[in-house]
Design a protein around this ligand. Structure first.
Ligand code: NAI
Length: 261
């Protein structure tokens, strides 16, 4: 059916769970999805920024709740999804966005650093999906969006664990799309290029670079000649969360100003 124009991006009555929602891409997405009517559950390990973000949204008349949740913990993911389901009665959108990196080669990475990156950036998406999918299926379907990376598609320097985790997410996305399509659950990945967030600035620090020149260098070589903003990425999540993408599943959407994948 042709969707009514006014209904296409409307998320009223829907509940969106967003991990890594206290900062950067997750925060911008929480703001955007709630602006389009969704009730938002913000999950993060940073309680001060997370509480503040939920508070600001509530003050603006939106429905938003912060949940302290380490996505690498099975128990915390299960408890948080149960709490959200109890409060809101449903989950329509899951944005698996929490991620961390260590800018190191396999030779330099310590085993615990490898585990940490894989646990947060890949296992966290498995865990939240594991507990959200039955809730979505019960309510007739939903949309899961996983934050991959351009580097999950083509690799990158001194980020071996991160590249492995993000490549895993891209194919986990396809596997989940196949398994849960019959339940009307769509699963897609978004794959950002360098986006001006705390994480990118932290990467510059890990590499021992001057912040301004690191950010300027990261913007170079793109047809659109600038870094991404968190809002650029949130716009793609809105598309995938909404009915506008009703026949899109298993895809890997690249949002990078052109030229990295
Ligand atoms: P950010 O650092 O601004 O936000 C990440 C958030 O995740 C933070 O609020 C942090 O507290 C939270 N977090 C970290 N560990 C967590 C855990 N165990 N459980 C729950 N929350 C946790 O960074 P940004 O850039 O917004 O990152 C969001 C996603 O985008 C990440 O998955 C990242 O890998 C991905 N990405 C970022 C790019 C960039 O250039 N900034 C490029 C490609 C992908």
């Amino acid at each position: 059916p042709i969707l009514e124009k006014k209904d296409v991006l409307n998320l009223e009555g829907k509940v969106a769970l967003i991990s890594g929602a206290a900062s950067g891409i997750g925060l911008a997405t929480a703001e955007l999805l709630s602006a389009y009517g969704a009730a938002v559950a913000l999950l993060d390990v940073n309680p001060s920024q997370g509480e503040a973000a939920a508070h600001n949204l509530t003050k603006a008349g939106r429905e938003a709740v912060f949940y302290l949740c380490d996505v690498a913990s099975r128990q915390e993911c299960e408890d948080t999804v149960n709490a959200i389901t109890k409060k809101f009665g449903r989950i329509d959108v899951l944005f698996n966005n929490a991620g961390i990196t260590h800018r190191k080669t396999v030779v330099d990475l310590e085993e615990h650093e490898w585990d940490q990156v894989l646990d947060v950036s890949l296992k966290g998406a498995y865990l939240l999906s594991k507990y959200c999918i039955p809730v979505m299926a019960k309510n007739g379907g939903g949309s899961i969006i996983n934050t991959g990376s351009g580097w999950g598609l083509k690799g990158g320097d001194k980020a071996a664990a991160y590249c492995a985790a993000k490549a895993g997410l891209v194919n986990l996305t396809r596997a989940m799309a196949i398994d849960h399509g019959p339940d009307n659950i769509r699963v897609n990945s978004i794959n950002p290029g360098d986006t001006n967030t705390a994480m990118l600035r932290e990467e510059g620090r890990q590499l021992g670079c001057n912040e301004d020149s690191f950010l300027a260098d990261s913007a170079k070589g793109r047809p659109l000649e600038r870094l991404g903003t968190p809002e650029d990425i949130a716009n793609a999540v809105l598309f995938l969360a909404s009915d506008l993408s009703q026949w899109v599943t298993g895809s890997a959407l690249v949002i990078d100003g052109g030229g990295i994948a």
